[in-house]
Design a protein around this ligand. Structure first.
Ligand code: BYC
Length: 472
């Protein structure tokens, strides 16, 4: 359903005046936030060729056109309802799904919706300076596409807060615009969303690894017994796929260029001397963003996670592929750190639900890394990229109590301090990246020296299309 209303939607907003008024009241605050904290330097005359969600029809849900970013039409879209949908897991298995929030789960559900909602504006804030250093107009457009859709995902969560959580929900919606990524006094809720993203390698790694946590979490929320939450997140997943495409192909194009430079120099030169990004630097950024994104899955053993599952609030990714949906007896074999020693223990699977989702996530990331390695192989280069061990560089969960190298071997504090620069980006890596990204590339069809052009453009358009009009 295409809507001519101020807030495009398929939720019948015009027939719910109270909700419509509440959202129209929130809208100017959102636009102000976008102007203050969104893409810096791209708020006035630039026209960006973006897609806008206009319905949930799989054969044509999006519309492509040039838009000035603050005029993007952020809308509210829920996937179509599933007839007679039943709760698919946990203690209420088989009962009809809920159209309203049950009082006893209100706090838990609000917390999940707020945590999800908080990440969306956070990522826009983290990325707000990147437009000034873009490697091409094609990439600039992709950055903005990701940003406006994260903005729409915030709208999705704010819709739920306003519709289903009364006064508390309205207060939470305000606070989503008040916390700020990296702010000492009012930081974003989850750690990875307070990390600066000031160069394009960070950006591509973020969209590869952190947006993929978005996919994990949205998959699990789309199983929820709260039907509006399930339907909202199901549609968000449609947009999320492009974000991970941007990340995976962004790194792939950097690798492609790195290989070209290595070959051109007869494998003898340091790629940095030719203005490229060397493989060890790429590996250090993988190590950082993969480990930060593992943290986003929460503690390995979590009573919160067990209770989300028992109460039917958050399921496993692709819950219908599992045989047992009650999971009252099932056990999970977990590598644990107990009294400073690593050992394997059987724990009730319900308490390991964060780890179960993390398993899915690690597998999905590994598939991407395997595809990157095919590029190295094709160029006859013997180096390989790899995911670090799950215990490496953890800030959340039991492994955060000790240090581990990327192969999972325990290290003393002193050894970690001495060697962490081998495995994680050093200030000098960031300085180097900023030095090769100092000037933006705004000429259609041109690409910065450190990245190869994409194989094709957007929506059948040529690679040299003017994806962002930068002239007044
Ligand atoms: N940082 O029992 P635990 C996305 C806290 S990304 C800081 O394991 P739980 C996107 C936790 O809050 C997806 N604190 O927690 C991507 C709790 O604190 P309290 C976002 C953390 O709740 C790119 C304590 O540790 N969606 O969409 O089972 C661009 C106990 O932990 C962290 C969601 O996250 C952390 N990393 O698991 C744009 C889905 N981890 O209460 C968007 C909703 C844990 O003891 N969220 N803590 O003070 C959840 O499902 C859960 O909150 C989590 C944590 C899985 C994140």
């Amino acid at each position: 359903m295409i809507s001519a209303e101020r807030i495009p939607n398929n939720v019948g907003l015009s027939s719910n005046k109270r909700l419509q008024r509440a959202l129209e009241h929130w809208q100017p605050k959102y636009i102000q936030w976008w102007r203050d904290m969104g893409p810096q330097g791209f708020q006035d005359y630039h026209q960006v060729y973006v897609r806008t969600a206009v319905s949930v029809d799989p054969s044509g849900w999006a519309h492509f056109e040039y838009v000035k970013l603050p005029e993007y039409r952020w809308g509210i879209f829920l996937a179509d309802p599933v007839h007679d949908r039943r709760i698919g897991f946990g203690d209420f298995l088989g009962q009809p799904v809920w159209q309203e929030v049950p009082g006893e789960f209100r706090n838990q559900l609000r917390r999940l919706v707020v945590t999800q909602g908080d990440t969306e504006p956070a990522s826009v804030e983290q990325q707000r300076w990147l437009g000034q250093r873009c490697p091409s107009l094609y990439d600039l457009r992709n950055l903005f596409q990701v940003n406006v859709e994260e903005g729409r995902h915030l709208w999705a969560m704010v819709y739920l807060l306003h519709s289903y959580f009364g006064r508390d929900g309205r207060d939470e919606a305000e606070e989503l615009l008040e916390r700020q990524s990296g702010n000492r006094d009012k930081p974003r809720i989850l750690d990875a969303f307070n990390e600066p993203i000031d160069n394009w390698l960070d950006f591509f790694m973020f969209t590869m690894f952190t947006d993929r946590d978005g996919k994990s979490q949205l998959l699990s929320l789309s199983e929820s017994s709260l039907d509006p939450l399930s339907r909202t997140t199901r549609f968000m997943l449609t947009e999320e796929a492009h974000h991970m495409f941007v990340g995976e192909t962004g790194v792939a194009r950097i690798l492609e260029r790195t290989c070209q430079l290595m070959k051109a120099s007869g494998f003898s030169e340091d790629v940095r001397r030719l203005g490229g990004i060397d493989i060890p630097t790429i590996q250090r950024f993988i190590n950082l963003w993969f480990s930060l994104s593992l943290d986003l899955h929460g503690n390995e053993v979590s009573t919160n996670a067990a209770s989300y599952f028992a109460n039917g609030l958050k399921g496993r990714a692709y819950e219908d592929k599992w045989d047992d949906h009650a999971v009252t007896e099932a056990m999970y074999d977990l590598e644990m750190l107990a009294e400073g020693r690593l050992e394997r223990r059987h724990i009730p699977m319900r308490t390991a639900m964060n780890e179960v989702l993390r398993d899915w996530y690690v597998g999905d990331c590994q598939n991407g890394v395997t595809r990157w390695n095919k590029i190295l192989e094709r160029h006859g280069i013997s180096d390989r990229l790899r995911l670090p061990d799950r215990k490496f560089n953890r800030g959340i969960g039991m492994f955060s109590a000790m240090h581990f190298d990327p192969y999972g071997h325990a290290l003393s504090d002193e050894e970690w301090e001495r060697r962490k620069g081998e495995w994680l980006p050093a200030p000098s890596d960031r300085e180097y990246l900023l030095s090769i990204q100092a000037a933006p590339v705004y000429e259609p069809g041109k690409f910065a020296n450190y990245i190869a052009p994409p194989q094709r453009g957007i929506k059948g358009l040529p690679v040299n299309f003017e994806y962002v009009r930068t002239e007044l």
